[in-house]
Design a binder for this molecule. Structure first.
Ligand code: MN
Ligand code: MN
Length: 370
């Protein structure tokens, strides 16, 4: 069966089980995931309406209608109708007239995606309906990557590791963080990336102690850490990798910090076992770091799901009891950030198999002196 039809079928099974009259898929990534139609509608209304009887209607901004038709022509049966929404249209009126019975009793939406104002409009348009969430079900579907999806993620990783390799040749004392960012993003495009997966991060010296620091005019200096966190999108899927280097010779404390993060990262990778709670992955890294006395300096979760988005389900934190399942792709990225001294983060992307974590990133992790 075609992968899109399979995903739609899974949503329809869920509807049947929960006696939902209609589903409204409104996040552009979810629309792409279940139809193959990739579109950024900006603030305009876009929705795939799935009725319980199997009828599917795609509402798209009028200016995107041709694109939608072209995209959906190749795989018949994904939607029965494409409805253009003009800038002057009221989307709720169109929904009422075209797709949904005004007396609908139960409508499932993506609750974490709809704006509060849209929720108000929907409640007003369908006063008899109760609204449930289909977002989690779609997240869980997206969570188990197919072999085809994993191949696209591998490609995005291969690309970014090439970029990092080339970027390192531009490092020399006196170069600014932002110059290195510019070089890296130029190389990304040149090597065929669609775009950076997020704002490329290069942080030098004390700035590396800021987990979400902003690269600026700080220059790279001898005896300091230099942290790179970067990723690209390629064919709809992304990569996300962090490596920390030292320019010249590190101090004994810097070596200890680096070694602790590396061991924590490897312990977290070893803790990946299908059926175990995600919390255990976080715990493995955190206990090791705390054992070396750096507990208070590891200030974020251990990782996050990755695929169509750089951050998606699951969140790898200490309270997440959801089980690890094969097909998941997530990052493992513990760090230690000591104010005034600097920070180290090491981030790999892993694919969960029945045998544990397959590490997709391959860039060397031993402390490298540039
Ligand atoms: Mn990252
Ligand atoms: Mn990350």
């Amino acid at each position: 069966m075609n992968q899109y039809i399979e995903r739609l079928q899974s949503i329809q099974n869920k509807m049947e089980a929960q006696k939902v009259d209609a589903v409204l898929v409104t996040s552009p990534l979810s629309v792409a995931y279940v139809t193959g139609f990739v579109c950024d509608p900006h603030e305009r209304f876009m929705a795939l309406v799935i009725n319980r009887n199997g009828n599917r209607i795609l509402f798209v901004p009028a200016l995107e209608k041709e694109q939608a038709e072209t995209s959906l022509r190749n795989i018949p049966g994904i939607v029965q109708e494409i409805v253009p929404v003009a800038d002057t249209d009221n989307p709720c009126n169109l929904l009422k007239g075209k797709a949904l019975h005004p007396g609908s009793k139960s409508i499932a939406v993506e609750k974490s995606h709809l704006r509060f104002s849209q929720a108000d409009e929907l409640r007003e348009a369908f006063p008899e309906a109760s609204f449930t969430d289909i977002g989690r079900h779609i997240s869980l579907l997206r969570n188990r990557k197919t072999a085809g999806e994993a191949a696209k993620i591998r490609e995005a990783i291969r690309l970014i590791e090439d970029v990092l390799q080339e970027g390192l040749t531009r490092v020399k004392p006196g170069v600014t963080e932002i110059e290195l960012v510019a070089e890296l993003e130029y190389v990304m495009k040149k090597k065929g990336a669609d775009f950076p997966a997020f704002s490329t991060m290069v942080l030098a010296g004390a700035n590396s102690a800021l987990p979400h620091g902003v690269p600026g005019m700080t220059t790279v200096q001898e005896g300091q850490f230099l942290l790179f966190d970067l990723g690209v999108f390629k064919n709809g899927y992304c990569s996300d990798i962090t490596r920390t280097f030292v320019l010249g010779e590190p101090t004994a404390e810097m070596e200890k910090i680096y070694d602790t993060v590396l061991r924590a990262e490897e312990a977290a990778i070893q803790a990946v076992r299908t059926g175990r709670p995600l919390a255990e992955v976080d715990r493995a890294a955190r206990e090791l770091i705390a054992g070396e006395g750096y507990g208070p300096y590891f200030t974020h979760r251990t990782g996050h799901g990755m695929g169509l988005e750089v951050h998606e389900y699951p969140s790898v934190h200490g309270e997440n009891q959801d089980p690890i399942v094969s097909g998941m792709v997530f990052t493992i990225e513990p760090g230690i950030y000591v104010p005034g001294v600097g920070g180290v983060r090491i981030e790999d992307d892993i694919f969960v198999t029945e045998n544990g974590a397959e590490v997709l990133t391959s860039f060397p992790k031993n402390l490298t002196r540039l």
